[in-house]
Design a protein around this ligand. Structure first.
Ligand code: SF4
Ligand code: SF4
Length: 557
């Protein structure tokens, strides 16, 4: 098929980025301001319509009524002579919802509200609730599972926080995953739905962030992200199921990259990513700038797939945890894949987003392997094992530039050992003095201490900064505590030092923030947005590099 694109605008540009294989003859538009767009000729409507070389016209625009009206005035018909850009989106998906069965959503809680709030055009016929409390929800009937007699009449989208039990229940009813039911995240993350979200997003942020083009996080059970998992949630795929090139060149990854290229940043959590602090949203604009192509493989790899740790911090877990049995088998399989497919081309390695880098045999296996020769390594550690012996073993045969970040959260023995259970503040202090010497001699290129602000420790923020100054650290990084499911809502409100809105510090914290030491150049108030120093970065190659260079100076060549 040969096509003409009707519309010289950002929607058309985005469409072309996703469907570059289509045979496009040229663009046409109502008024012609330039001769070419995205490398194609632009013709007037009259010239284009006289041309008999095309098969169909593709309307590309945020609103289409005007363009459709003009085509209809010229006797053209929808589907025969012209179509919309979104008519192609379904081609990007590897699964689709059935059109011949009624769709029921299982769940009426928070996740269901989130799912319904995504604005997907799904004809939901009703809801299923394991503990039915009312007959109607969102204007549709609610069923309890035992009211459904013939499951084959329905297709179920599970929209609950933990769907394991419901999946098991549906399997017992004879239902098969994807054929008869699916998790809501899979539906939300279908490339067609994601593309719809970004292509028709009218936002524009004056920012160039290339992180998604060079970054891959390998997380629990082998799931992956192309930026920090706190900022960007869609899972690109699982390393256990797909080869690295399949994940990297997936349609979903392309859509995510498009969302930063078109400057909508539709999938970036703007309340979490510091690049958006004090950055205003503008209205969508058409730019001549060509969109970047994706490179062959990620150069920045962040590992966070082994929760094994020598501590049991109150914010993270109830007791000491080391992976074993089936979980350990999976972790070991991931390590083999990481060694084979990801580390050989890695330029910057980040260890470890989950668990402790010096306590996990899996991470050690990865960083000690033959192919692990990155130019730069960032170590994220709790510091308890950061001693001379482990450092020398880690550095054996290595020339990489090393940047160390240690999560501490306290300035006193009592608080440290209460928050970081199984930790020993005396050992930590000794290890941090050792790290301080390595920083002064240049063996470490950067040294930072982290502090997650909460009720138990906020009074120690000031002595913590003073301790950091004595050690000569490059940065003290404060962040607000987040609830990763460890606390109930009530518990969390007690523990958090932010008001319910999540962005305003409570009065007691505001008092601490007023202390002159908090204005020290080494202090970064991270996600405590109220007092965040605005970073005027307009071009960011990789978030983690940018974050380190903010206070560490030039670290990456
Ligand atoms: S670092 Fe870049 S890609 Fe990641 S959330 Fe922020 S703007 Fe988006
Ligand atoms: S050190 Fe990190 S991984 Fe270990 S328990 Fe504490 S927060 Fe969790």
């Amino acid at each position: 098929m040969k096509y003409i694109i009707y519309g010289v605008n950002r929607v058309a540009k985005d469409f072309l980025y996703m469907f570059e294989q289509l045979d496009i003859l040229y663009f046409m538009d109502d008024t012609i301001e330039a001769k070419r767009f995205c490398g194609y000729e632009i013709k007037s409507i009259d010239d284009a319509l006289q041309d008999c070389l095309y098969d169909q016209i593709i309307i590309c625009d945020f609103e289409k009524e005007h363009k459709e009206g003009i085509l209809q005035e010229n006797g053209l018909q929808y589907r025969r002579d012209y179509i919309y850009e979104q008519d192609f989106f379904g081609e990007l998906d590897s699964m689709s919802l059935p059109v011949d069965r009624k769709i029921l959503v299982w769940g009426t809680g928070k996740m269901c509200h989130y799912f319904l709030g995504q604005g997907l055009e799904i004809p939901v016929a009703g809801f299923i609730d394991s503990y039915k409390r009312s007959d109607m929800f969102w204007g549709k009937p609610v069923f309890s599972p035992d009211e459904i007699t013939d499951w084959k009449k329905y297709y179920v989208i599970i929209a609950v926080y933990d769907d394991q039990e419901i999946q098991k229940q549906l399997s017992e009813y004879g239902c098969i995953e994807e054929k008869d039911f699916v998790g809501y995240q899979k539906v939300v993350n279908l490339p067609s739905n994601m593309l719809k979200k970004t292509i028709f997003d009218k936002s524009y942020y004056h920012l160039e962030c290339n992180t998604m083009f060079n970054h891959l996080e390998i997380l629990d059970q082998g799931n992956t992200r192309c930026c920090c998992t706190t900022f960007v949630r869609p899972n690109l795929g699982n390393v256990l199921d797909k080869r690295s090139s399949e994940i990297w060149h997936s349609t979903l990854h392309r859509v995510l990259c498009l969302s930063t290229e078109n400057r909508t940043f539709s999938f970036c959590d703007k309340s979490m990513c510091p690049l958006f602090v004090a950055r205003g949203r503008e209205e969508s604009k058409k730019e001549d700038r060509a969109y970047k192509k994706l490179g062959t493989a990620p150069e920045v790899i962040a590992l966070g797939y082994d929760p094994s740790c020598n501590l049991a911090c109150s914010t993270c877990r109830k007791e000491l945890y080391f992976a074993k049995g089936k979980e350990l088998e999976t972790i070991n399989k991931i390590t083999e894949i990481v060694k084979r497919e990801y580390l050989p081309q890695c330029r910057f390695l980040i260890l470890a987003g989950n668990g402790e880098v010096f306590a996990s045999p899996a991470y050690r296996e990865a960083y000690e392997c033959e192919g692990c020769k990155p130019q730069y390594i960032r170590l994220l550690s709790n510091g308890m094992l950061f001693n001379q012996m482990n450092w020398e073993r880690f550095m054996k045969g290595r020339t990489s530039r090393i940047m160390l970040t240690v999560s501490v959260d306290a300035a006193s023995k009592e608080t440290y050992e209460s928050i970081r259970r199984n930790g020993n503040f005396d050992i930590l202090k000794k290890n941090m003095e050792y790290a301080s010497i390595l920083r002064k001699t240049g063996e470490l290129s950067y040294f930072r201490l982290n502090f997650v602000v909460q009720k138990e420790n906020y009074k120690e923020m000031i002595p913590f900064v003073e301790w950091g100054q004595e050690l000569g650290v490059d940065e003290i990084f404060f962040t607000k505590i987040l609830n990763w499911g460890t606390y109930s809502q009530e518990e969390f409100e007690q523990i958090s030092m932010m008001e319910r809105d999540g962005i305003t510090p409570k009065a007691e914290l505001k008092e601490v923030l007023k202390h002159p030491v908090m204005n020290s150049t080494i202090v970064d108030l991270g996600t405590i947005q109220y007092a965040h120093k605005v970073d005027e970065a307009d071009v960011v190659e990789n978030y983690y590099m940018w974050e380190l260079e903010k206070r560490g100076g030039l670290l990456f060549d």
